[in-house]
Design a protein around this ligand. Structure first.
Ligand code: OAD
Length: 249
């Protein structure tokens, strides 16, 4: 079975100068034990994530929203990167040009050592001042004060993108440029339904890149990519990175 998908890589002309991108979603952290956004395990006090991760919810009840984030931060703080996260760092070290585009806010890619990355939806241990937008990292778990306050006295908010908000300009520009310019894109652990991340693999494909998907199930982009591997990222990513390493000329 393993031979089948490796054969599909045969036409790839990879050198150390090839531009490689990786796009990840919440499935990538599932094997680390981080609850997914939409699954039942993501429920908190009977609230759905979609009802709490909004500017309206924060304006109405910042304490409630911060309590939910405190709960999520606590879960994530106790988890470790899994072999898929480390495989991304290995990949970064194999190529001169590389970018990881992640929709995850858990910071597990950072903790696995990946440096060239954009966090499209922000970082859950980042705090943004609601007065002047200054961002600081805060790893305190649980938080001493809810809602937390900035030194300037204004309320802090999580430095994440909420439903209905625009993505950070710099992150989206870097991600779109990389999607258009890369030679190879790996898409793993994302349902590929939330825009604009969902269209990045298709942009890469249209611009001539070879696109590989790793997911436990088929997704809307599966019919359009060059290779879809059904399986868990924690098992498949290290195998894929090893196969790509063998191809570099
Ligand atoms: P989803 O929860 O929508 O999709 C997770 C995907 O990972 C699914 O397609 C699963 O089949 C797959 N999956 C689960 N376990 C896996 C594993 N071990 N290995 C490989 N694949 C696995 O998550 P995202 O696509 O990340 O946005 O959703 C994107 C965004 O939707 C999130 O970032 C969040 C949410 O709205 C914001 O918070 C702004």
């Amino acid at each position: 079975m393993a031979g089948d998908w490796r054969d599909a890589l045969a036409g790839l002309n990879l050198t150390r100068d090839s531009y490689v991108t990786v796009l990840t979603g919440s499935g990538f952290s599932a094997e680390s034990g981080v609850p997914t956004f939409r699954g039942e395990d993501g429920l908190w006090r009977n609230f759905r994530a979609q009802d709490l991760a909004t500017p309206e919810a924060f304006a109405r009840d910042p304490r409630l929203v911060w309590e939910w984030y405190d709960w999520r931060r606590g879960i994530i703080a106790g988890k470790e990167p899994n072999p898929a996260h480390y495989a991304v760092t290995d990949l970064e070290n194999m190529f001169e040009r590389f970018l990881l585009i992640t929709q995850n806010v858990d910071g597990l890619h950072r903790r696995a050592g990946t440096v060239k990355l954009v966090e499209l939806h922000g970082y859950i241990f980042g705090m943004r001042c609601t007065a002047d937008g200054t961002v600081t990292e805060n790893l305190e778990v649980p938080l001493a004060a809810i809602p937390p306050e900035c030194e300037c006295g204004a309320m802090l908010r999580p430095d994440v993108v909420w439903f209905g908000e625009a993505l950070p300009e710099r992150a989206i520009t870097a991600a779109l440029d990389a999607s258009r310019e890369c030679d190879l894109m790996l898409v793993a652990g994302t349902a590929a339904v939330v825009q604009p991340a969902a269209s990045m693999p298709l942009m890469a494909k249209q611009a001539g890149a070879f696109v590989i998907e790793i997911n436990t199930e088929f997704t809307p982009i599966s019919p359009y990519v060059d290779l879809t591997l059904q399986g868990k990222a924690g098992a498949m990513m290290p195998q894929m990175v090893s196969a790509l390493r063998d191809l570099i000329t």
